[in-house]
Design a protein around this ligand. Sequence first.
Ligand code: SF4
Ligand code: SF4
Length: 347
Amino acid sequence: MSNVYFVPWRQDSDMVGKFKKAIRKSNILEDINKEDRVAIKLHVGEYKNPAHVNPLYLKELVSALLEKGSEPFLTDTTSYYCGHRFTAVGMLKNAFYHGFSLANIGAPFIVADGLGNDEGFSVKVRSPLNEVFIPNIFKEVDKMIVFSHCKGHALTAFGGSIKNVAMGCVTKKSKLAMHKFVNFCYDEDLCDGCDACKNVCDREIPIIKNGKRILSLEKREDCMHCPGCMEACKRGAIKLKELEKLGQVLPIAVEGLFKVVGKENITSINWGANIVEYCDCMPFPGKTIRENTGIYLSKDIVAVDKAFLDDAKKNTFMIDGRPDPEIQAIEGEKIGIGKMEYEKVLI
Ligand code: SF4
Ligand code: SF4
């Protein structure tokens, strides 16, 4: 059984101070040594989406790491689809805009996949993913702290630590490979030909013909399996099919990173605050779906996600036909990246 240290959320108290205390009391940084290169993996968030981790908490974490004489840096990978985070230049601007700068936090932000086109190196993993491409930077990391904003997600229902590593510590090639496990179905009877799906797709795949959506025959192979068109369709004509497949492959990608950095060298922190409908990758957060629960710290990536979901209640995330958010943790336990059973240690 793994320990999950927990700081309950109190709106009328100093949560940043309590987090600082939790880092000390949990002894979660005990294995960090002088001169260790410590990667703090966060999701930098899409431009102008305010629902990302609050830099004040990262500042406290960095300060504790600097006190130990280690060399912390913040990191994230570029997106596989076009947008503000597609290149390192765009991502660095985003990081600065959202407060993840050396001046603000005390540690530099380094884009993990070079200028955005580093294909990384191949790590063999189990079927059905078979291999993941990990950015070279992770070969040089001694320790890693996965700092995750807990929120909803259009494809996996929930994004916490497993998702942060699985989709955020691989290169574009693996991000696309994992998204290919997502499939959509289309109900022509619900379609009114409004063309919202066409306007949102930068690959020009949806076409409107005779008042209905069809997919371009020449371009459909270029589909990124992103949820752009599904999210844009307000009539519910585009829906997820085989809902759980993506959640099932995410832990396999985590296993790939564990092979490189070492499971024992990774600590996970779930920031259960600002719990919104959509992922930080979207240009807007959507509705708040749950009040803040608290902050969770653990050496076990499965337990930390499970502990948050137990508090936030998994039904919170099963909106709009989204899959069971616990799938990631269940599959994670099956392949040995962590345990569902945990002991919650109140701080
Ligand atoms: S999922 Fe939809 S929006 Fe995304 S690339 Fe494919 S057709 Fe375009
Ligand atoms: S957004 Fe929906 S309703 Fe509008 S054209 Fe596309 S599929 Fe049809």
